[in-house]
Design a protein around this ligand. Structure first.
Ligand code: UFG
Length: 329
């Protein structure tokens, strides 16, 4: 029902903030719960905000007491692959243990709808492209494993406790709100598109291309970039699917089309009108040659349609936001 309260955990982050906007647009009432470790208060523009950590169970309970929450969307995971290898405890504690606290508080308050932010990193190195939801799941780092563990936990909880959930496995989230109200803002930034835009804006001298000897046409890695607003709309469709009685399930969210690192840099140069200096560098450990998602299931069952699936549009919206972010005091 419209006007329902939706708890968005991690709603001050990149994807969570776009979902908060979309949920309000659809007539829901977003409640943002975020510890602001990686999130930014400036990205909270819709709904109520509660400062809190998932490990703080009393604070979490107070939110469920204060608002009649109907559903929970969970975005507050750590997502740096390299860091997860160096400090797995941090990843398993936050991404797995804290999610169990959240699910337990939901049970206490009789809240049964849950949307989980999962990742294509749960598949590991692809055996076939495009990757469907049935692809074997063999994550190759603690980040991917932490997300897969939560998927298993959700499956078990749904059998034992009547939890209704959807796990959404994102490919490469990119772009920014087309109204330029919010966008990608990571500290530290490690993602290709914002780093390329930092070169365009003059904040960095060059971008390093991590590997030019991959098994692809130009030798650089191919990824499936999906616009964050399209991701957000898929979350709302997944929620409404559950509200209408849909069964718990897992969906890929990508564009079904891949672009190489060199193609991204070339498109960014065209969109920004700036010269982008690129230096060919060593491979980054753990990068598969190609990751492209098969998203037919989300299209068929959720009736999801992307609006911003062209790479130039993705980069143009990211650029509009990036200029605003980097040029503000
Ligand atoms: N890349 C560069 N230079 C850079 C940064 C990235 O060449 O300075 C390359 C990477 O090697 C990769 C591509 O650009 O081939 C995209 O890299 P990103 O870091 O932007 O994104 P990833 O594909 O590594 O990561 C994304 C999500 C992760 C998720 C992963 C699943 O951000 O959370 O997909 O594979 F785990």
């Amino acid at each position: 029902m419209k006007n329902d309260y939706i708890l968005i955990v991690g709603g001050a982050g990149y994807i969570g903030s776009h979902v908060a906007k979309e949920s309000q647009k659809k007539g829901y009432r977003p409640i943002i719960y975020d510890n602001l470790v990686y999130g930014h208060k400036e990205l909270v523009k819709w709904g109520d905000f509660v400062l809190g950590d998932l490990a703080d169970i009393e604070q979490l309970r107070s939110v469920f007491k204060r608002f009649p929450i109907r559903a929970v969307m969970h975005f507050s995971a750590y997502a740096y692959v390299g860091e997860s290898v160096e400090n797995p405890a941090k990843y398993y504690l936050n991404n797995v243990a804290n999610t169990i606290y959240l699910l337990n508080v939901m049970r206490e308050f009789g809240v049964k709808y849950f949307i989980f932010s999962s990742t294509c990193a749960t598949y590991g190195y692809p055996a076939a492209i495009p990757i469907t939801e049935k692809h074997v799941r063999e994550p190759v780092n603690p980040y991917g494993r932490s997300k897969l563990m939560v998927e298993w936990i959700l499956s078990d909880f749904s059998v034992a406790y009547d939890l209704k959930y959807v796990s959404l496995r994102y490919f490469n989230a990119a772009g920014a709100d087309p109204d330029t109200e919010i966008g990608e803002w990571h500290e530290p930034e490690t993602h290709l598109i914002p780093l390329v835009l930092d070169v365009a804006i003059g904040k960095r001298d060059h971008i390093k291309i991590f590997g030019t000897d991959y098994n692809t046409a130009d030798g650089t890695c191919i990824r499936d970039y999906i616009h964050v607003t399209d991701l957000a709309s898929a979350h709302m469709l997944a929620l409404e699917y559950l509200f209408k009685g849909g069964k718990s399930d897992v969906f890929n969210l990508g564009n079904g089309e891949g672009f190489s690192v060199k193609e991204v840099i070339k498109t960014a140069a065209k969109v920004t009108g700036k010269k982008i200096k690129a230096i060919e560098w060593n491979r980054r450990p753990g990068d598969p040659d190609v990751l492209i998602g098969d998203c037919a299931k989300a299209k068929n069952i959720l009736e999801w349609e992307q609006q911003y699936n062209d790479l130039s549009t993705i980069i143009r919206t990211a650029w509009q936001w990036h200029k605003q972010l980097r040029q503000s005091p």
